[in-house]
Design a protein. Sequence first.
Length: 221
Amino acid sequence: MESPALYGYLSGRDNLRAVADLLGGVPAKRLDEVIEIVSLSGRERDRVRTYSMGMKQRLGLAIALLNDPDLLILDEPANGLDPAGIVEMRDLLRDLAASGKTVFISSHVLSEVQQICTRVAIINHGRLVRVAPVAELLQAPGEFEVRVDAPAELVAALRRQPWGADARSEDGYVVTRAPADRGRELIKFLVEGGYSPDAVTPRQRDLEDIFLSLTGKETVN
């Protein structure tokens, strides 16, 4: 999927027909169906060498769909695509999953994985370190972002609390846990301590943060 093997001198439809012959034959109706599914209608008779990267990726996906599999295994499906192509591929994969197919994606583009997948497996040096629903992984571990006028002073005050030992300053915010993990208790502490906040927001994590925390903050290769 990352670099689909296509015949550039053939049309998109003829590429599909060539693979269909290797599969023992696929009805012409199915060729029309997969062309429609991947939104190549109107360009299926053009030579593939005139296709954009996004169109080639979609044609590669059409080839994978020829025999109507229950499971699709895709390697970096958004690789090399422009922003519009990424959105098209994302929507297409969501539609396939909604139709009842299982879509298995291997990717280092964690922002795309987060938007497409319902379940994720994180691998570090060949070892499976976590398997969980994406929604479960994204739940922040009781941390809050606090905007105040004196962040350094607040961090020092928070670190004197048993629940605030990990308080720190990041990107102009103070990041901290809260008493009993309750935002209202944190706001009460701030006001009573003279640190009236401009904002207190539950911290949202993303898959990149989670990947780095589970793999010892190693660089993603």
